[in-house]
Design a protein around this ligand. Structure first.
Ligand code: ASP
Length: 449
């Protein structure tokens, strides 16, 4: 508009880039088929990878610096244990509710149940033929995951190795202790605390810089996902329609969880306006959708939650990295729906006890899921084994996993931000003026209106 200096907010740029990416991917593959898909993989995908790597590059320093600074500024370690207790309680509680919602929705909609015996058979054999090898490979990958060992591994033998290997829980553990150590030094620790705090601010500025190329990165990510999915779904052919009700069930569950659990928590416990919260978080949600990775989204989640929702660093620096690693409501919900759908197609009746087993094992499986694309599907095999469904039956849903992964990752990230905001609100660590006074979220740093 002439004369108006108001710039389009960041989330609009990202959204436009997403639409352009989807259209670009469809167009290229539509016009040039597999040659087009190859072109996208060679020339466009690397731009998305560079963008994600930039974010991954700063995730570890950001968590280390901001958590040490956050804890050291607390002065009172009893507040820390209260924050820890509330966070873990909310994470476990919301995940169990998410899986229960998933089970309710799948039992009501019952995707796959009205397929005839022959249709089930052809779905099973058709998809096993197409994706069986891939499924067995993923089941084999799964053998190496041991939840008990993961708990032991929270304590790093060498914190520098943990930093080098991006072992997020180990980094959180070490940073917490270092922060507590600095607090105990009182005056003597103040200088070093100030250094960590400055470094943390500097890394947040790096997030702002990196987000300047977010539209380009997101365009590249979506263009390559669509090109790849376009190629893969050709293999699915008409079986895709049979899978649509399963996909619709997962989506219904994710929406219910968002509007029931998160909206209510924010409204009644945190007393925060839900729509403004969603607007403030939008860029992180769009990035979660484009990247299918809560870990890659983490730096932006931290930035949005601190600077646009108003959660103080002492809470966000602990709650968000922990959440990105262990709190996956979207993944748990999806695992519940997927387990029941697969059992239905395999003609395996599930008892009430089986459904309880799903709640328990899907909670554990979602905690153990790494925050990168597609791992929720691999961890689903833990759930399937417990209810006596052959794990290789994940072949049934493998072909449509990517779009669902994108959506469940959005819920995962939204869940982390919701819990961070709720904990902050109850701990007097939420600057309400940020959200209430704020106009729509604006691009960070110098482009902010
Ligand atoms: N992609 C998900 C995440 O990063 C994990 C999963 O469900 O596969 O949050």
């Amino acid at each position: 508009m002439a004369g108006s200096r108001k710039r389009l907010a960041l989330h609009w740029w990202i959204l436009i880039a997403m639409v352009a990416g989807v259209l670009g991917g469809l167009l290229i593959v539509g016009q040039w088929g597999s040659d087009g898909a190859e072109f996208v993989a060679t020339w466009i995908k690397p731009i998305g990878t560079i963008f994600l790597n930039l974010l991954r590059m700063i995730a570890v320093p950001l968590v280390l610096f901001s958590l040490v600074a956050g804890v050291a500024s607390l002065n009172d370690t009893s507040k820390l244990s209260r924050i820890g207790g509330k966070t873990i309680g909310l994470y476990l509680g919301t995940t169990a509710i998410a899986i229960t919602i998933g089970l309710l929705v799948v039992n009501i909609i019952q995707p796959g149940s009205n397929l005839s015996a022959e249709a089930k058979e052809s779905l099973l054999s058709g998809l096993t033929e197409k994706f069986g090898d891939e499924a067995s490979k993923r089941v084999t990958d799964m053998q190496s995951v041991d939840i008990g060992q993961q708990i032991v591994d929270i304590v790093p033998k060498n914190p520098f190795a943990a930093l080098a290997e991006t072992e997020m829980l180990q980094i959180v553990f070490f940073a917490l202790l270092l922060g507590i150590g600095l607090t105990r030094l009182k005056e003597k620790g103040k200088h070093v605390t100030a250094v960590f705090s400055t470094l943390s601010d500097a890394v947040i500025e790096m997030v702002h810089l990196i987000m300047k190329i977010a539209p380009l990165g997101v365009f590249a990510l979506l263009c390559s996902v669509v090109a790849q999915f376009g190629e893969d779904s050709k293999q699915l052919g008409e079986l895709l329609t049979a899978l649509l009700s399963y996909m619709g069930t997962v989506i219904a569950g994710l929406l219910l969880h968002l509007f029931l659990v998160y909206a209510l928590l924010l409204r009644f416990v945190a007393k925060v306006p839900f729509r403004r919260f969603m607007k403030a978080l939008a860029p992180a949600q769009l990035l979660a959708f484009s990247s299918s990775s809560s870990a890659a989204t983490l730096p932006l989640t931290i930035d949005r939650v601190e600077q646009h929702v108003g959660v103080e660093e002492e809470v966000s620096s602990f709650v968000l990295p922990l959440g990105a690693t262990i709190n996956m409501d979207g993944t748990g919900l999806y695992q519940g729906v997927a387990a029941v759908f697969i059992a239905t197609v395999c003609n395996i009746d599930l008892t009430f006890g089986d459904q309880l087993t799903i709640v328990l094992t899907a909670s554990l499986a979602s905690i153990g899921t790494a925050a990168v694309p597609g791992v929720g599907l691999i961890m689903l095999t833990i759930v399937l084994v417990q209810i006596n469904v052959p794990p290789t039956a994940i072949a049934l849903i493998l072909g449509v996993d990517r779009p669902l992964d994108m959506l469940r990752t959005v819920l995962n990230v939204t869940g982390d931000a919701t819990v961070a905001t709720t904990v902050a609100a109850t701990e007097n660590s939420l600057d309400r003026s940020v959200l209430e006074g704020s106009s729509p979220p604006t691009p960070p740093a110098d482009s902010a209106a």
